[in-house]
Design a protein around this ligand. Structure first.
Ligand code: BYC
Ligand code: FE
Ligand code: FE
Length: 474
């Protein structure tokens, strides 16, 4: 299906044939633009950025690349093509035709899922708004802005659903998506991670690796939804999402590589010497990883969740890659959970499979996270060092679920509260670590140049070299 770029709001949903909806969205559009100006990337709005823009919703050849000023980026509404005779793929309504309208009895839950998803998108743009000033290269600056404009488009995707299918409450929710702000004391974003500040690029890379990857898995679950417009929206969002995780994956890899080069040069693994030489030492990278991993796994919700069970039962939210599971009803099965027993030990608890759907998604996510670990460790191995990056135990530093608030070390062992507090500085970035990393952040805005704490990428964007002038500063 081709994308209509003639309308004020680019779309492939025949917006022009629904005047009321079109007018409502055209009313929201200037509010979005005001939000972008106020809370999107600071400055750089007049610069030409080498951005990709969607031109179709095919998985191949869907994007075109060219210089765009960010405020002129064509944020639009793009849904993956409909599947002929699509059926609900799981839960109690398995096999029934997918819904083209919101069933009344599922309205509140669907709205809540869409609002929660929608809230994260602009939140991430707010979190990242200052990073442009300290970009390590024009290549990285461009990637940051690519991610930002697409998260803005993901907000559009959810706002479209709210406006098109939820009437007046939907319109109100759409306004509130621009009124809550990341880290705001009175009106924070809904989910914890999206209120954490991102002041440095190491945090940005960790966020795009771990938190955008939560996005990938949540979108996969919602792409299974029996509510077809939601499914189609999420399927196209997933196409854009891959690059966000690529930015994180290669970003972390490049910080590690630069550190290893310095270690080789100086023939030392002493963090003090490495820092003195301007690179970020591996133990500090590991601490940032521990921080962002532990906050990101909270995003999957409780390990035992009646909300998750009803979303699944009702066909609203499935498992990632639902087709790979044998039994799509999952009634009467049990799931074994390891839980704190309240006396310093661990016990195994059984819960109904449907209540464990958050955990099932989290496990798929953990596996996906491991792949980066393996790649980065191969780089470290190649340089001949024995240090290995590791994912901390999923029990570590949890704020949501059965392990919330339980003092656990990074291997998952329950320890005393005193020991936990005493050792936190071993596991998480301290104020000093953060101050050091922040001190390394300086904008490098000359094509082909790069900051000394990170290695250049192996290749550029869209077949272009790293040296290309990805952003023309104005
Ligand atoms: N922080 O029954 P439970 C992305 C609340 S990222 C604060 O376990 P449920 C992106 C929960 O709301 C993907 N609160 O949770 C990435 C509930 O509150 P109430 C975003 C939390 O409902 C990077 C209570 O705890 N998409 O796209 O089963 C850049 C009990 O919860 C948190 C989605 O999240 C938390 N972390 O599952 C840009 C998909 N976790 O009702 C974008 C839509 C839970 O007791 N959301 N709570 O007041 C969902 O599917 C579900 O709402 C959740 C939670 C998976 C988030
Ligand atoms: Fe997104
Ligand atoms: Fe993303």
């Amino acid at each position: 299906m081709s994308l209509n770029y003639q309308d004020r709001i680019p779309n492939n949903v025949e917006l022009g044939s629904n005047r009321i909806l079109q007018r409502a969205l055209e009313h929201w559009q200037p509010e979005f633009m005001r939000w972008w100006q106020d809370l999107g990337p600071t400055d750089f709005q007049a610069s030409d950025v080498y951005l990709r823009t969607a031109i179709s919703v095919d998985t191949k050849g869907w994007a075109t690349f060219g210089y765009v000023r960010m405020p002129e980026y064509r944020w639009g509404i793009f849904l993956a093509d409909p599947e002929n005779d699509r059926r609900i793929g799981f839960g109690d309504n398995l096999g029934e035709p997918a819904w083209q309208q919101v069933p009344g009895e599922h309205r509140a839950n669907l709205r809540r899922l869409i609002v929660t998803q929608g809230d994260t998108e602009p939140a991430s743009v707010e979190q990242q708004r200052l990073l442009g000033h300290t970009a390590p290269s024009l290549y990285d600056l461009r990637n940051l802005f690519q991610v930002n404009v697409e998260e803005g488009r993901h907000l559009w995707a959810m706002v479209y659903l709210l406006h098109a299918y939820f009437g007046r409450d939907g319109r109100e929710e759409a306004e509130e998506l621009l009124e809550r702000h990341s880290g705001d004391a009175d009106k924070p974003r809904i989910l914890g991670t999206f209120n954490e500040p991102i002041r440095d690029w190491l945090s940005f890379f960790m966020f795009t690796y771990f938190t955008d990857r939560d996005g990938k898995f949540q979108l996969k679950c919602l792409a299974e939804s029996g509510f077809d417009p939601l499914s189609r929206t999420c399927r196209f969002m997933l196409t854009e999402e891959a690059h966000h995780m690529f930015v994180g994956d290669t970003g972390i890899s490049r910080v590690i590589k630069r550190c290893l080069e310095v270690m080789k040069e100086l023939n030392t693994d002493d963090p003090v010497a490495i820092r003195k030489a301007g690179a970020i030492d591996l133990p500090t990278i590991q601490k940032y990883l521990n921080f962002w991993f532990s906050t990101s796994i909270d995003l999957f919700g409780g390990d035992s969740s009646s909300n998750a069970a009803s979303y699944f039962a009702n066909g609203l939210k499935g498992r990632p890659d639902e087709a790979k599971f044998e039994d799509h009803v999952a009634a009467g099965q049990a799931f074994a959970l390891e839980l704190p027993d309240g006396a310093g030990g661990v016990r195994t608890g059984e819960i109904p499979m449907r209540n464990a759907m958050n955990e099932v998604a989290r496990e798929a996510y953990l596996k996906d996270c491991e792949q980066g670990m393996a790649r980065w460790n191969r780089v470290i191995e190649k340089f001949g060092y024995s240090f290995r990056m590791t994912l901390p135990s999923p029990r570590f530093r949890r704020n949501v679920g059965s392990w919330a608030g339980v003092p656990v070390d990074t291997t998952g062992k329950i320890i005393s509260r005193e020991e936990y507090n005493a050792r936190l500085s071993e596991w998480l970035p301290t104020d000093d670590d953060r101050a050091f990393v922040y001190s390394r952040m300086h904008g490098v805005f000359e094509a082909g140049k790069i900051a000394s704490w990170i290695a250049p990428p192996e290749r550029g964007i869209n077949g272009l070299p790293f040296e290309y002038e990805y952003v023309r500063l104005q």
